[in-house]
Every structure is written in structure tokens, then in C-alpha cells.
Design a protein around this ligand. Sequence first.
Ligand SMILES: [Fe+2]
Length: 227
Amino acid sequence: MNQQKTANDISRRTLLQYSTALGAGMLAGSLLPEWLSAEDAERLFPTPQQTAGPFYPVPEIAKQTHNDVDLTRKFPKDEIAKGEVVQVGGQILSTTGAPLKGTIVEIWQASTAGRYNHPRDRNPVPLDNKFQFWGRMITGEDGKYAFKTIRPGEYPGRSPHIHYRVIAAGHRELFTQMYFAEFGRKNTADFIYKSLSRQGRNSVTVEFNKAADKVAAGNFDVVMDKT
Ligand SMILES: [Fe+2]
């Protein structure tokens, strides 16, 4: 599920319905309800804010070591952490659909066993010292980001998820979480996920597809709201 396409598709469909009903060639803007401008109808749905949770990896994530885009290991020659390697990436956009360059994208998550590398995590499962646990990058002109990581495990009370913090100039700082579409029921039972609107849930639920000989990959576009 891709939130931006969903939001866009819905608004385009709405416009299409209006213009089909009233004849082709008419200006869509003039056919919209009074309260909805054409600009707003095309506005992308902002990715919803969600709690950062108790395990944000301060101050480690700010250090210049072990925070690159490959979370599967700490150094390129190291052994890979336990679990299934996955890729997650997408584009950071404004609500007008413009790619946001120079945006800081941070992710952090549990290991395959469901444990965070954080002193407050009391989960008794062993810590996987090979796993990097967090990553950080800055987007280029195209607003794109990508991380290679390990599919996060479940831990008590939560459906598997990846935490995001996104900082873009001129936009509200975003803390959010991304969920895996395959955990449909677990997601809807998750107290944070179920607190979101339907559109909000769709916007943070990502399908991971596995092409032959490749790792499973998911696309999670993020729409930043204005300050
Ligand atoms: Fe979490």
C-alpha cells in the first residue's frame, strides 16, 4: 500500500468523477465543492505522527559511526546480523509532491529477536551485537532514501515495525512508524497502529515483495507536513 498514490488516486478519481459527470474539457477546479480548492484536492496526505517510543537511540544515532544505511552489520566486512535481510526505501515528499532534498532520515528498530539496543529495553532475549539497530542518511535532489536492514521481530505488545524520525527544512519534524502489510491482524491489534485513522494506517503499511534472487523490498514514501 502506498499512501501517496492512494491519496492522489482518490483525489484524481474524485476529480474524474466530477469532470465525467459534467463533460470533458471543463476545468476541474470549478467543479469542486466550494470548500475544496483544486490545490487542496491534489494535496498529498501527510504521514501521521506516532510516538517515538522509549527506545530512541540517543545519543548513539548522532555519532558518526555505526549509523550508515546498512543496518545488517556494523562494518562492511563484518558478519551479517541474524534474521532476514530486507530493504526499505522511498521518497520524502512535501504535500505538493515535491521531493525534499537535504532531509535527515533516521530509522531504528528491534533485532530479529525483538530486542532494541537500548538500556530501557528489558526484553530478556539476547542482544544481537552484529546488528546495527539504527541508521541515518540525508536525501539528495530526488528526496529518495534507502536502508538495508533485518526484518524486525515482534516484542511484547507490538506488531513488527520500524521507527522513523524525519527532519526536513520548513516542515514539521516527523516521528512515525512503518508496519508490514503481511501482519494484517497483528497490526490492527497494535495499540499505536489502531489509534490511527484508516488513511493513516494505509499510509504507514508497506508490502514487502521479493523478486527472484533479491531480498524482500518495501517502498515507504513519507509526506512531510508544513510547520
Ligand atoms: Fe518500537
